[in-house]
Design a protein around this ligand. Sequence first.
Ligand code: NDP
Length: 400
Amino acid sequence: MSRILIIGAGGVATVVAHKVATHPDVFTEVMIASRTQAKCDKIAEDVFKRTGQKFKTARVDADNVPALTQLLKEYQPVLVINVALPYQDLHIMDACLAAGVNYMDTANYEPLEEAKYEYGWQWAYHDRFKEAGLTAILGCGFDPGVTSIYTAHAAKHHFDEIHYLDIVDCNAGDHGKAFATNFNPEINIREITQRGKYWENGGWHETDPLSVHKALNYPRIGPKESYLMYHEELESLVKHYPTIKRARFWMTFGQEYLTHLRVIQNIGMASIEPVMYEGREIVPIQFLKAVLPNPGDLGENYKGFTSIGCRIRGIKDGKERTYYIFNNCSHEVAYRETGTQGVSYTTGVPATIGAMMFCKGLWKQPGVFNVEQFDPDPFMAELNKGGLPWEELFDIDLEL
Ligand code: NDP
């Protein structure tokens, strides 16, 4: 019996709204609040048409802590599911502390003026959440999120020590557009254009952006060129699994995508530095977002699959073992179920399951936690029921 508040009304929020509506026994009352209330109303309308569930909506600027605190005090949810943008994380955590509400998100805090990814800012809230008797669950999407829980599952059931971890993220889908990003373009382009970084032998090593790559075979998809990038879950996983000697993250990109990205960067459109245009300041990447396709609208013609997983090498009972755990998700199936494409779906389903873990009291502990710090078993069981079933391969060639 839980009342929850979803903040944000983009692609991921749409999936969360549709999915929580299928569990009225757990999520008894739901409100969607975002900057543009019309978007919340549209989601609530679609959910009502599909499920008959009635959700409330509200307009809120989550960067306005007093206004958000007031909304939380009035509505009194047990949990906020933050699926707005990473810039809002700390403001929403502040409001949750002020109003006595538990917190969950899918992406770590990022300052608007600097593309910098680290958990330090949010981990610094641990004592305040602990003292308030509140839980904050960080990074409960697919990556971070399911990839971290896959690692926890591997550590619990298949390894005594994990030594090498490679997270592999393939989108083999085709949306038919010359260039579009699968989630918020600003966040996505900031992430991809930063320097690569991986963990090895107790330290971080940097690479030029997208300079390290190789073809990897993805199950039932085939070979796809995969690029080494930094991704936030590497930071928490090497902290929580100190036996890891090397941890890397790989993502696939097509040549067409990379060519567009290079042009966008070369002409300065990926910049986060404000420029003056016709007497007012604009941020090039924010303007670019306004002209690119809306990721939430890509679903209709999206064909193909995503394939995201963890390739792990380590020790079990004194012997070396290799292990690959992954999910393949169909963009078309995601669209039929929620009206969004696979990337929003693979993020929104885990966020819903994380919220369910909290509301059922299975992942409830005062403080700030990454998802791999909780018991993976009930979450893994729900993934199979919730539309993202996982598959495991043992003692195979990991290619890495
Ligand atoms: P969208 O850009 O589609 O949606 C973001 C929503 O947040 C919009 O509705 C936007 O409002 C709202 N918003 C932005 N600023 C504010 C604010 N100050 N106050 C209130 N609402 C605000 O993004 P996505 O749905 O694609 O992504 C949502 C989140 O999911 C992001 O943080 C992203 O990084 C994360 N993500 C995580 C993944 C994972 O696997 N862990 C994968 C993909 C995404 P408006 O409509 O008015 O612009």
